[in-house]
Design a protein around this ligand. Structure first.
Ligand code: HEM
Length: 154
């Protein structure tokens, strides 16, 4: 079960990455190129939102079944002193939640914005900020909490 969910979570990161990069590119070029906010722009932003929310659901399931998080939760005081336990029990979930909130706020405020320039601007700024936060909370292969590039890779 854990391996299967970890694989889904790991594949979803690439789907989310593709959509968020595409959204950022489209919104910045729309904003600076003074382009219309087309249905295609909205669709890419919506797919980013959906993949972020799916990632949240899968992440929450992982959080409650992860043996690493269980060890962290059993003794939070000690976990705070251990970089890997602190990362998986607190840092990863908190920062990814912030990133997903940024994506949600960006998408919904763009939807309500009155003109196309503001729509592009909202998606551009909020999604870029979300990407920065995601990058800060990724278990990069060269970090102390390293995970591989491929699903489930150590
Ligand atoms: C933008 C969203 C997210 C991205 C890009 C992301 C990325 C990742 C990556 C790359 C891994 C390692 C996967 C592997 O080893 O193959 C991972 C593991 C994990 N993530 Fe996320 N994550 C995100 C959101 C979340 C959220 C919101 C939660 C919690 C609610 C969460 C909880 C976890 C847990 C518990 C693990 C596994 C810990 C273990 O191996 O025991 N993730 N995530």
């Amino acid at each position: 079960m854990l391996t299967g969910i970890l694989h889904i979570h790991s594949i979803l990161r690439y789907i989310l990455l593709i959509f968020i990069l595409l959204s950022i590119y489209k919104s910045f070029s729309g904003w600076f190129g003074k382009k219309q906010y087309l249905p295609g722009d909205k669709k890419v932003a919506l797919f980013t939102l959906i993949s972020a929310h799916l990632q949240l659901v899968v992440g929450l399931i992982l959080y409650f079944i992860s043996p690493t998080v269980k060890v962290g939760m059993a003794n939070m005081g000690a976990a705070m002193k251990d970089p890997a336990l602190r990362f998986w029990s607190v840092e990863h979930i908190c920062m990814m939640l912030i990133a997903i909130i940024l994506i949600t706020v960006g998408y919904s405020t763009a939807k309500r914005a009155k003109n196309d320039e503001t729509k592009h601007k909202r998606v551009a700024i909020f999604f870029l900020l979300a990407l920065v936060v995601i990058f800060l909370a990724i278990p990069w292969p060269w970090s102390a909490v390293a995970r591989g590039w491929m699903p489930g890779g150590q």
